[in-house]
Design a protein around this ligand. Sequence first.
Ligand code: ADP
Ligand code: MG
Length: 255
Amino acid sequence: MDNAKPDQIERQVPDGADGRPVLIELTGVTKAYRTSAGLEVRALDGVNLSVRDGEFAVVLGPSGSGKTTLLNITGALDVPTGGRVVVAGHDITRASRGSLFEIRRRTVSFIFQSFNLFPALTARENVQFGIDAAGRTGATAHDVLESVGLGDRMDQFPHQLSGGEQQRVAIARALATGNPLLLADEPTGELDFHTGVRILELLQRQCTEGRAVLVVTHNREIARTADRVIELSGGRVVSDGPPAGGKVDVNELYW
Ligand code: ADP
Ligand code: MG
């Protein structure tokens, strides 16, 4: 599995109990840092987490609770100091650097708080970059931008777009890769509440067969619109299930 060729990657995903493939499987994952004073800080402390194909999961926790560490480890951008991480069927804790690169390229796409669009490229060119980076054929930037509601903004540059529109372009660029895992680190953090909820709604709609979405936020209100909330505190999962008080329709939230 370590030396998997790119075209073998999708076929190795194991089935979960309900038959849906498990895209993320974290078992006893720990990430420890040692401070200059010699103290050990555990950014993650024994995290177990399983996310299946078609799932939309929100990771909720205050600043410093380990959210970014969890997302980076899940996306094979970082390695844990303990435990096991299996992403789309690949044990990334045992993979070589070379195969990690391929696993990342073929399985995950990131969306960031600060959008990270290329300023000199139009919306269409930014999305085309995602298609090219993943080596995907058959997809068009035009179609993907239409699917996120930006059909009429394709030839604008990032600075000509609102924050919400820029984040839609970033989502389109992530979708354009065709990768099965969408990881978003505080994607609503720079947006006003109303726009943030709309972005969360758009991300939620992307959970179709063959894709799972993991969104990190510190915003408890926004997390109320999710189906599943995984709450982190001090590097540990303290709850995992529907939002406390039940899922709220985005149109019922006050702002
Ligand atoms: P969050 O995204 O929830 O704000 P992080 O995952 O960024 O949390 O960080 C979790 C904890 O790990 C924090 O206490 C942070 O200070 C610590 N941490 C993260 N990265 C490092 C690092 N490179 N060295 C030392 N401590 C770190
Ligand atoms: Mg963070």
